[in-house]
Design a protein around this ligand. Structure first.
Ligand SMILES: [Fe+2]
Ligand SMILES: [Fe+2]
Length: 346
C-alpha cells in the first residue's frame, strides 16, 4: 500500500508495506474467529459507521491510518516553519497577531492528530523519531521557500485552500478519532484561507510593486499547490483500498479539479493571473481544463531534494532538542504532584 490514500499531507515513498505480506498459517478456529471479526468490520464500514480505538480492525487498516494520520500531523508542525519565519517581519501589529494565531493553530492541529494516531497504538516518541530521522514524510509543499511577505498570503489562500478541499472529506473518515479531529481542524483552516485572501487583497490595492510581489508569489506556488493533491488517479493504484475502507472519499484528480474550479474565480477577484496558459473553461465538461503538472519536480521534492528539505528538518530537530528541558521539567513536576498526592492519601 502506498501513501496516496489521502494525497496531500501524506505523501511518502512507495515502499512495500509489511502488512501486505501473506498471512501466517493459523488454526482453523482462529481463522473462523478472524473471519467473523472481519465481516463485522466490513459491515460497519458499509453502513457508514465509525470504527473506534477499542474495536477490532484489520492490521493493514491500522497501519494505513497510523501512517496517514502521523504524516498529516508532521505536515502540520513542519508547516509552521515557512510562515513562522515571517512572524518577526510581519508588516503591522494586526498582521503579526493574525500570523501568530495561524501558526499556533497549525501546532494545535499537529497535537490533535498525534493524539488521534496514538489511539491506534503508536507512541508520540515513535512518530517524532520517524520524522526527525527522515523516515517519515510530510507534505512536499513545505519544502518550498517563503521569499516575500506575499508568500505568507499565498500560503493562506492557496495552500490552506487546498488543505480544506482535501480535508473536508476526511471529516467523514471511517476512523472516529481522525474524523472528529478533522472537523475542528477544517473550521480553523477556513480562517487561514480567508486571512490569506484578505492579506493579498490588501496588497493588490497597494502599489505596483506590491501587486508584482503577489503575482510573483502566485507564479511560484501555483504548480506545487496543484501537485499537493498527489499523483494522478491512474498512478495511485492503492487509492481504491482507501476508498473501500472509508478513509479516502474523493480521488486525487477529482479534488484537484474541484480546487482549480473554486480558485479561478477567486484569482479574478484578486486580479492575479494563474501561471498556466492552458487554463480555460471547458463548456462541454463544465469545468476548467488546465496544463500538465511537472511530476518530476514533485518526486524530487518528495525524495528529499526540494529547495528547503534539509533546512526544514534541521529546524524541526533543533526545536525538539531546544524543548527537551521543558518536557523534562513537565515530567518531573507531574512525578512530584503524583508522589505528593499519594503521600496525602496514605
Ligand atoms: Fe492546519
Ligand atoms: Fe492551516
Amino acid at each position: 500500500m502506498n501513501d496516496y490514500t489521502s494525497g496531500m499531507y501524506t505523501q511518502a515513498l512507495d515502499l512495500p508495506d509489511p502488512s501486505q505480506r501473506a498471512l501466517q498459517p493459523v488454526s482453523p478456529r482462529a481463522d473462523a474467529h478472524t473471519a467473523e471479526l472481519q465481516s463485522r468490520f466490513d459491515a460497519r464500514i458499509d453502513a457508514q459507521g465509525k470504527i473506534e480505538p477499542q474495536d477490532w480492525m484489520p492490521e493493514a487498516y491500522r497501519k494505513t491510518l497510523v501512517r496517514q494520520i502521523s504524516q498529516h500531523a508532521h505536515s502540520e508542525i513542519v508547516g509552521m516553519l515557512p510562515e513562522g519565519n515571517w512572524i518577526s517581519r510581519a508588516p503591522s501589529l494586526k498582521r503579526k497577531a493574525i500570523l501568530l494565531a495561524k501558526v499556533q493553530d497549525e501546532g494545535g492541529h499537529g497535537l490533535y492528530l498525534y493524539s488521534a494516531a496514538e489511539t491506534l497504538g503508536t507512541s508520540r516518541d515513535q512518530m517524532l523519531d520517524a520524522l526527525h530521522s527522515g523516515k517519515a514524510k510530510y507534505s512536499s509543499i513545505f519544502n518550498y521557500p517563503t521569499l516575500t511577505w506575499a508568500d505568507v498570503g499565498v500560503i493562506g489562500w492557496l495552500v490552506d485552500g487546498a488543505a480544506i478541499m482535501n480535508q473536508v472529506p476526511i471529516c467523514r473518515c471511517s476512523y472516529g478519532p481522525y474524523a472528529r479531529a478533522m472537523i475542528r481542524i477544517c473550521k480553523e483552516e477556513s480562517f487561514h484561507q480567508r486571512q490569506g485572501f484578505e492579506s493579498l487583497m490588501t496588497l493588490m490595492k497597494g502599489t505596483p510593486a506590491q501587486r508584482e510581489m503577489v503575482q510573483d508569489a502566485v507564479n511560484r506556488w501555483w504548480w506545487p499547490v496543484l501537485a499537493m493533491f498527489g499523483p494522478p488517479d491512474a498512478d495511485s493504484p492503492n487509492s481504491a483500498q482507501g476508498m473501500r475502507w472509508g478513509i479516502k472519499r474523493i480521488s486525487n484528480d477529482e479534488l484537484r479539479q474541484k480546487f482549480v474550479d473554486a480558485t479561478v474565480p477567486q484569482a479574478q477577484i484578486l486580479g492575479v493571473t494563474l501561471p498556466d496558459p492552458e487554463l480555460q473553461w471547458n463548456e462541454e465538461r463544465q469545468q476548467h481544463a488546465f496544463g500538465a503538472i511537472d511530476w518530476d519536480d514533485f518526486w524530487a521534492v518528495v525524495n528529499g531534494n526540494g529547495p528547503c528539505n534539509k533546512e526544514r528538518l534541521a529546524t524541526r530537530v533543533k526545536a525538539h532538542e531546544d524543548g527537551r528541558w521543558v518536557r523534562e521539567a513537565a515530567l518531573a513536576h507531574a512525578r512530584k504532584q503524583r508522589s505528593r498526592a499519594m503521600k496525602e492519601a496514605a
